[in-house]
Design a protein around this ligand. Structure first.
Ligand code: AMP
Length: 215
């Protein structure tokens, strides 16, 4: 199964992608994760991407398209994948269609997770990540046992630069202008499944699975 997860930043795409990986045994491909690793490792890609990411802008299309092109060739993607954070523009979506056509494949479903922007700001500003193992927390909804410290590995938690309030506003603007049109783009192909992004992550996950298994 080839899936795309769409939704504003903070909709829970990453969390749902990880749960879908377990259930359907297909890899998650997150352009955000690939870019963050490159930034941390200060590679050429990372150095170029950092300035865009820190101000909540999109990294240029060709850069992310090249990342996906490489990743789709790697072992494990033959039977399907979950794209999380890609495509984010119509140009990226068109490039993806062409890449898949080359291997006579197509996207089966686009899961569009719907959350209002006010809720997203609340979620993102409280988000914290473990510096050691990458586990995610939320200062109000899912706090660690000891403030600022990971329950699992004991390393300290940090806030992503792009989860600061000014940057979030920009990311949401960018989403509205450049990514939201993709819902119509894929709706015209009849493959969008709309999911309400409010409730526990298990409830949202069950809703996604039911919709996928309905067909
Ligand atoms: P994410 O973790 O998916 O919210 O991505 C974090 C940041 O990485 C975004 O705000 C963008 O700067 C960049 N990024 C991730 N995926 C893409 C993409 N498909 N196109 C352009 N920029 C991206």
């Amino acid at each position: 199964m080839r899936l795309i997860l769409l939704g504003p930043p903070g909709a829970g795409k990453g969390t749902q992608a990880k749960m879908l990986v377990e259930k359907y045994n297909i890899p998650q491909i997150s352009t955000g994760d690939v870019l963050r690793i490159a930034v941390r490792e200060k590679t050429v890609l990372g150095i170029e991407a950092k300035s865009y990411m820190n101000r909540g802008a999109l990294v240029p299309d060709q850069i992310v398209i090249d990342i996906i092109k490489e990743r789709l060739k790697s072992p494990g993607c033959e039977n399907g994948f979950i794209l999380d954070g890609f495509p984010r523009t119509v140009a990226q979506a068109d490039a993806l269609t062409r890449m898949l056509e080359m291997i006579k494949a197509s996207i089966d479903y686009v899961i569009s997770i719907e959350v209002d922007f006010h809720e997203v700001v609340k979620r993102l500003t409280g988000r914290r990540i473990c510096r050691g193992c990458g586990k995610g927390y939320h200062i109000n909804f899912d706090p660690p046992k000891q403030e600022g410290i990971c329950n699992d590995c004991g390393k300290d938690l940090f806030q992503r630069d792009d989860d600061k309030e000014e940057t979030i506003k920009n990311r949401l603007e960018v989403y509205k202008r450049q990514t939201e049109p993709l819902i119509k783009y894929y709706n015209d192909k009849g493959i969008v499944k709309k999911i309400k992004g409010l409730g526990s992550m298990e409830e949202i996950f069950n809703d996604i699975c039911q919709q996928l298994e309905r067909d």
